[in-house]
Design a protein around this ligand. Structure first.
Ligand code: HEC
Ligand code: HEC
Length: 506
């Protein structure tokens, strides 16, 4: 489906059709009320009267047909119908991952995922921070989750959702290494080569002309882990998470679990005596679980049903969707991709690229008590391989917006707790920075206060809604914001479609 055109056009065409219908009914009425006794009726008048009624009837029938089968309507009519019914005039068939029973390896991964005995405290599992009831994101509104041997140590960042990572590619800068003929360069080499290459503007619904020479893919807010498998060992030995002293200790715990026979069954009788192998197999099991289990990628939000022609959006949701996709207004879809791929792959609401948005500093985070500390994402401090590529300082992974309406904390530093606050940030960052950032002692607004001044040039000022200047009219008003939030809520999984008239009929 193309980008939804401006609402004026739609409103215009709706008015047009309605006016024509009204015009004909009025004409028919006039003819009737003026009518003279049948005997004296002139043939011309009778002819006009009948054709007016005929056209009116045809219009009513056509409208009814259009309402029942919006997907069979041509584009212009489809939009009018979308307006009137909230149904998708061009339903698609989404290519969702198949539901298959979990493999033995994934079943083992599931055991590991929920097992608190693998942590030093004996109380924390992966699921403690990546809660299945919360789209595998944080279970509470704490800025960061506690961990460590006594469950008292704060983490550094909020846990991202683990849902919808099944298509996440490895971290690259520019096109995938496999696409290039040249020998594979290191990340820093590539980064140095593409430094200074102008970055393409991100416009909702418009595919960029050239492959983006920007960081993309990878896991964690800064992309420092490449695969689910490589990532999983991290939390087991992270001192502020599951806090095992080292990998040997983690392997030792795995060999004591009540499901240890599953390891033997899958990898042979000696596996429990080979700590390195044991840990590696355990990690591949956890990653298999996240890829195979349907609960990590349900694709059963209202928006998914709408895309498939099985749900109708409310007027607020519909309007919110158009603003979300509107390249001059909210332009959310410029980065949080909203359209299914040509292959029918459902949209993940992220382009999996990295951006420096300049979110305000969160003074409540423990590490932010140190005024010299800055979490700069790709260029450190948790990621170290690209610390000299300062053009990436301040950049963080664009998260999926699926299920984000239920997230208790937003952004890499948990600075926001509600979608209203997030929307105000997007809306006012440039036009009214005094509403977003604190003031210093002299009363000056400390714009971009969570990025050292020398890196503030990395912050995105190209893409709408960030292209507005100080004092400009903000891109959205409160009504727009509410409607966009209504749309973002349609991205929550677990929607129950009611009975609808239209189905994917082809
Ligand atoms: C104490 C809380 C905590 C525990 C326990 C924990 N994680 Fe995490 N997880 C996090 C945080 C915080 C991040 C983000 C870290 C960052 O960006 O630096 C994260 C990131 C991830 C990511 C990357 C997600 C993304 O969207 O990039 C994956 C995958 C993951 N964790 C899986 C696991 C698995 C598997 C386990 C169990 C072995 C686990 N986590 C245990 C807090 C936790
Ligand atoms: C230029 C790309 C870009 C545009 C345009 C954009 N976003 Fe984002 N969005 C991001 C990035 C990058 C982050 C993470 C930033 C961070 O943590 O520092 C983010 C984070 C978010 C989050 C927090 C999600 C989480 O899990 O913490 C929400 C909600 C969100 N965006 C909604 C929107 C909406 C609604 C719009 C349109 C008004 C929008 N975004 C426009 C790139 C973009």
């Amino acid at each position: 489906m193309d980008v939804a055109p401006s609402s004026q056009r739609v409103a215009g065409s709706t008015c047009c059709i309605l006016l024509i219908s009204l015009r004909f009914s009025a004409l028919a009425m006039t003819l009737r009320s003026n009518s003279v006794p049948p005997s004296t009726k002139r043939p011309l008048r009778r002819f006009l009267q009948w054709s007016a009624s005929g056209i009116l009837l045809a219009l009513i029938a056509f409208s009814a047909y259009a309402l029942l089968y919006p997907e069979r309507m041509p584009d212009a009519v489809g939009l009018v119908v979308e307006d009137l019914t909230g149904a998708n005039p061009h339903p698609v068939h989404l290519l969702k991952p198949e539901t298959v029973p979990l493999s033995l390896l994934a079943q083992l991964g599931k055991q590991i995922f929920f097992d608190p005995s693998l942590s030093a405290s004996g109380t924390q599992s992966c699921a403690s921070c990546h809660s299945p009831e919360h789209a595998y994101g944080p279970p509470n509104a704490a800025l960061v989750q506690l961990g460590g041997p006594h469950m008292t140590l704060p983490g550094y960042r909020p846990p991202p959702s683990l849902a919808y990572l099944y298509r996440q590619a490895t971290f690259t800068i520019g096109p995938e290494a496999a696409d290039m003929d040249t020998p594979v360069a290191t990340l820093s080499q590539t980064a140095a080569q593409v430094q200074g290459v102008a970055r393409a503007q991100k416009t909702a619904g418009v595919a960029p002309v050239a492959p983006a020479m920007v960081p993309q893919g990878g896991l964690f807010w800064d992309g420092r882990a490449d695969t689910l498998q490589a990532q999983a060992v991290g939390p087991l030995v992270n001192p502020v998470e599951m806090a095992n002293a080292n990998e040997a200790e983690a392997a030792h715990k795995l060999a004591q679990t009540k499901y240890r026979d599953m390891f033997k069954q899958l990898f042979g009788p000696r596996i429990l005596d080979q700590p390195d192998m044991l840990l590696a197999e355990a990690m591949s099991a956890v990653s298999r679980y996240q890829i195979e289990d349907q609960s990590f990628h349900e694709f059963n939000s209202k928006y998914d049903y709408w895309l498939e022609g099985q749900a109708r959006l409310s007027p607020a949701e519909l309007r919110g969707m158009r603003l979300f996709n509107d390249q001059d207004k909210a332009n959310c879809a410029g980065c949080h991709l909203s359209q299914p791929g040509h292959d029918g792959l459902p949209p993940l609401f992220t382009d999996t690229q990295y951006e420096a948005l300049g979110a305000p500093r969160n003074p409540k985070l423990a590490e932010n008590k140190d005024p010299k500390y800055f979490d700069m994402g790709i260029c450190g401090p948790y990621r170290t391989d690209l610390k000299d590529q300062t053009q990436y300082c301040g950049m963080f992974l664009t998260p999926t917006l699926r299920n984000s309406a239920n997230r208790p904390v937003y952004f890499h530093n948990s600075v926001y707790h509600t979608l209203q606050q997030v929307m105000e940030f997007y809306n006012w960052r440039n036009t009214n920075p005094e509403k977003i950032y604190p003031r210093d002692a002299s009363g000056k607004v400390k714009k971009y206060d969570d990025i050292p001044p020398q890196y503030q040039a990395n912050i995105d000022i190209l893409d709408a809604p960030f292209d507005r200047k100080f004092g400009d009219q903000p891109a959205m008003n409160q009504h727009d914001i509410e409607d966009i939030i209504a749309f973002v809520k349609t991205l929550n999984d677990g929607y129950q479609p009611g009975w609808t008239l239209n189905h994917v009929g082809h």
